[in-house]
Design a protein around this ligand. Sequence first.
Ligand SMILES: [Zn+2]
Length: 310
Amino acid sequence: MAGLGACTLGIGLALLGLSPSTQAESLSLQEIAPGVQVHQGAHQLPDTHNRGEIANIGFIAGERCVAVIDSGGSPEQGLALKRRIEASTRVPICYVINTHVHPDHIYGNLAFKSAGVRFVGHHKLGQAMAMRAPYYTERAPSQLGFQLSLEHFVPPDLPVTETLDLDLGGRTLHLTAHPTAHTDNDLSILDRKTGTLWLGDLLFMGHVPVVDGSLNGWLAEIRKLRAVEAQRVVPGHGPVVAAWPLALTGEENYLKMLQAEIRVAIKEGKTIDQAMNELGRSAKPDWQLFDEFHKRNIATGFAELEWEDD
Ligand SMILES: [Zn+2]
């Protein structure tokens, strides 16, 4: 019956032009450092109820303008975030930064498209969007409950090849384009003013890490990230803020375990199916959505590590 109630409510909100979960006033934001606001996503698989609105998203405000960091998992969530920003500050939005290509981080982009707004992403983000857009668009109605068109995939017009500093007025954001790790288009943001490091899905907490790029590459990036001087970190999935660099420990341990166990399995001549069914089961209590992603991580890691030299 609870489901029927939620459904009825959803229809009512739809008639008002609002989605069930993203009325502008209900998009909660927490100020985790001066001028840094984060909305927390839930640890759920994307579905028609949550409409894919599952990632941490938010914005950083300077004296001159605002940078959005990840636009949300649906067009409506993007619009809701835009309305919250407009209600909270008089300075305009000048940048929309996408941390990577996954739908929960980019589907709100179109809401922000207007003169004066630059879209910023890893130099490989545009290509990744173009490659995935047809499949993502086809899948959205059944998986997420809304229609998408190719225009929702707003690519970066300010691509980052290595690093880029964005001046928001009184604060500078230092952007870094990473080698292949979670994906092949991960971008991180360091707000130098407050020492806040925004990692997107380079950091998972609570939600099991998802390897859609390179297991070895991700571990190498984690080692480099440890040297970044920051006061706090915003993960792509997890709490809105966490201690730095302590927050990396759980993810790093999981990925190291995966790497070590896959290497042993390959040496022992196990098949990918055996590996998927046997490896890393002891990590299950530590992570949410373990059953949904762990086997896929083994398959991705196995395919990568099979070709390593001994
Ligand atoms: Zn992701």
